[in-house]
Design a protein around this ligand. Structure first.
Ligand code: HPA
Length: 273
């Protein structure tokens, strides 16, 4: 997919016509982490398949939708279901919704995902605040010809995750009695899980968690100078010396169990912004 300003404007205009008026915060919900949508007051729903120029949602993702409404008195736009490289989308497709939410006027972005724990001090069901990342997806969502129309080509990655919002989340977690680990997230393409040798490599290069999303969206948000926070729900422990077969139903079940803590963190941060 090639991104143009005109497409973005058309996508955003469609949503504005549906009533998506001046959202302040964009939120991306990861696999098994859809329940935050129940907290949205006066929701307006746009299915991905209806939005002009949105990547086509796959069959598995027919439930993918963008939801606008209010949480804690703030106007939000929430992506329930994201696009992944492993579904056959390219990096421009995967990040197109971020550009559309920016076009709608969001001022900050919250991201969640399900990830495997590489750091074995972390346990399944733990939450991890992402402090930095390693891009192992073999490409960049900024590597296209007309990227200069949208921002700089050479984007700094000094603080890809907003320091102040990170501190706020840590304080909220402490006050609410929620354990929030911190660490480095490595993104791979998937959809196959990692080999034992790959898990050993990920540990050596400094990853605390591994997943198949988030990094492209974060790179684009930095391109757009959108402050971001991102939280991983750790759904399995990736111990190369004692590797268990991963069961996707179990991953989703563990994400669902940890989800209320993530919702609590995000809601409180929304209140504070
Ligand atoms: N790798 C390993 N475990 C995981 C992943 C992954 O990408 N996502 C969720 N659990």
């Amino acid at each position: 997919m090639i991104v143009t300003e005109k497409q973005l404007q058309e996508s955003a205009q469609f949503l504005k016509n549906k009533g998506f008026a001046a959202p302040e915060i964009g939120i991306v919900l990861g696999t098994g982490l859809g329940k935050l949508v129940d907290e949205i007051e006066n929701p307006i729903v746009a299915h991905y398949s209806q939005i002009p120029f949105f990547p086509l949602a796959t069959v598995e993702f027919h439930s993918g939708k963008l939801i606008y409404g209010t949480i804690e008195g703030k106007k939000v736009v929430v992506m329930q279901g994201r696009f992944h490289l492993y579904e056959g989308y390219d990096l421009m497709d995967v990040t197109y919704p971020i550009r559309v939410m920016h076009q709608l006027g969001i001022k900050s972005l919250f991201i969640s995902n399900a990830a495997g724990a590489i750091n074995l001090d972390f346990k399944k069901g733990d939450l991890m605040l992402i402090e930095d990342h390693i891009n192992l997806q073999g490409g960049s969502p900024l590597a296209f010809r007309n990227v200069g129309e949208f921002g700089d080509r050479f984007v700094d990655m000094l603080e890809p995750y907003h320091p102040k919002m990170r501190e706020q989340l840590k304080t909220i977690a402490k006050n609410e009695g929620i354990t929030l680990k911190t660490g480095v997230y490595a993104s791979v393409v998937g959809p196959q899980l990692e080999t034992k040798a790959e898990y050993r490599m990920l540990k050596i290069i400094g990853a605390d968690a591994v997943g198949m999303s988030t990094v492209p969206e974060v790179i684009v948000a930095n391109h757009l100078k959108l402050p971001i926070v991102a939280v991983s729900v750790l759904t399995d422990e990736c111990d190369p010396d004692n590797l268990q077969a991963v069961n996707i139903e179990e991953i989703i079940a563990i994400a669902g169990k940890a989800e209320p803590k993530m919702i609590q963190l995000f809601k409180e941060l929304i209140k504070q912004l």
